[in-house]
Design a binder for this molecule. Structure first.
Ligand code: NAD
Ligand code: IPM
Ligand code: MN
Length: 364
């Protein structure tokens, strides 16, 4: 089969980790006889520098023409002082999510075998492992609600964001969570703040209603503040966590770190037609950009999600995941996963990509 991918590597560590994902995909293409065409486009800060805007027309058109978007990360200190809508995040990433109606964001986090001691969790908790899928609503809520802005002057100046959800928006993401749970451990934990927010009250009502169509799935509700704490106490009891846009953003960084590093969490953002953007859940990591030490695993696993969800190439996706597991379980790790005294053994970004690509070539 042949596919076209728009590659938007972006800023900071984006191009570094994207190079490793491409290396791995090249081996996957050989082994599984896939033909994947790639077109690179500028996005984010690099697009501001080269073209004067974070999401140039050519980039958007290229994404529209492609079968999927493989995205790195955008943003960084250089562009932080531009007007908000001209910045990489608000001027490129959010508009891309909105333009393609990528309402469904899947962020799968599990504690990899061999990495139990890299988790910041207490040993008796991490030894039980965990496997959580964060299902995050991605095109609504306080990120996109109108009005949004500032008004007034001096000490009277105020800023405002609007949190808004329709029944239809909640329903479509809730269905995704229940369907995902049916293929897993059959439990949905819906995360909200229904003791304070009107949006969360509606969210609960709709989720309860959707649950009636999935009698085999257990539903529980949890407040966001309690959720962040229970994840530290008993992560193994969560299966699918259904979250609104902002709460999913917070939960996903937490579950990433529980696995040992932000650099392990992949993400798939899809619309109702199955078109998707695949990106690491973490950002451009300006603190380590350019050093060749970023963990490319989140980007590589995001490529696997692209193969699975957009191209239905399950075998190829699973091979990438096995190759990543092999690297991690054999202690082939980048520095952020290691304790300070072990960092001399840390692998570089490109060494991780080489190892994972090689494992695929060897038929893992
Ligand atoms: P970040 O995720 O970039 O970094 C947080 C911490 O995690 C840093 O210490 C970083 O070094 C570490 N980290 C992240 N990814 C890593 C990897 N692959 N390997 C090793 N360590 C990794 O979050 P931030 O510092 O809050 O944001 C930096 C910039 O990235 C900001 O401009 C932010 O808006 C942007 N951002 C972009 C995206 C995206 O493009 N999807 C996502 C999140 C943040
Ligand atoms: C993420 C990021 C983005 C978000 C930012 C960069 C807009 O943090 O994908 O988690 O908040 O959704
Ligand atoms: Mn985030």
């Amino acid at each position: 089969m042949s596919y076209q991918v728009a590659v938007l590597a972006g800023d900071g560590i984006g191009p570094e980790v994207m190079a490793e994902a491409r290396k791995v995909l090249a081996q996957v293409e050989k082994r599984f006889e896939l033909q994947i065409g790639y077109q690179d486009y500028d996005v984010g800060g690099v697009a501001i520098d080269n073209h004067g805007c974070p999401l140039p027309e050519a980039t958007l058109k290229g994404c529209e023409a492609a079968d999927a978007i493989l995205f790195g990360s955008v943003g960084g200190p250089k562009w932080e002082n531009l007007p908000p809508n001209d910045q990489p995040e608000r001027g490129a990433l959010l508009p891309l999510r909105g333009h393609f109606e990528l309402f469904c964001n899947l962020r799968p986090a599990k504690l990899h075998a061999g990495l139990e001691h890299m988790s910041p969790l207490r040993a008796d908790i991490s030894s039980r492992g965990f496997d959580v899928l964060c299902v995050r609503e991605l095109t609504g809520g306080i990120y996109f609600g109108k009005p949004k802005g500032r008004q007034g002057e001096g000490e009277a100046e105020e800023a405002f964001d609007t949190m808004r959800y329709s029944r239809a928006e909640v329903r479509r993401i809730a269905k995704i969570a229940f369907e995902a749970a049916q293929g897993r451990r059959k439990k949905v934990t819906s995360v909200d703040k229904a003791n304070v927010l009107a949006c969360s009250v509606l969210w609960r009502e709709v989720v309860e209603d959707v649950a009636k169509d999935y009698p085999d799935v257990t539903l529980e509700h949890i407040y966001i503040d309690n959720a962040t704490m229970q994840l530290l106490r008993r992560p193994d009891e969560f299966d699918v966590m259904l979250c609104s846009n902002l709460f999913g953003d917070i939960i996903s960084d937490e579950i990433a770190m529980l696995t040992g590093s932000m650099g392990l969490l992949s993400s798939a953002s899809q619309n109702s037609k199955g078109f998707g953007l695949y990106e690491p859940a973490g950002g451009s990591a300006p603190d380590i950009a350019g050093l060749g030490i970023a963990n490319p695993v989140a980007q590589i696993l995001s490529a696997a999600l692209m193969l699975r969800h957009s191209f239905k190439e399950e075998e190829a996706a699973a091979a990438i995941e096995r190759a990543v597991s092999k690297a991690l379980s054999e202690g082939y790790l980048t520095g952020e996963l290691l304790a300070a005294e072990q960092r001399a053994d840390a692998k570089r970004t490109s060494e991780m990509g080489d190892f994972i690509a090689q494992a695929i070539a060897e038929g893992v």
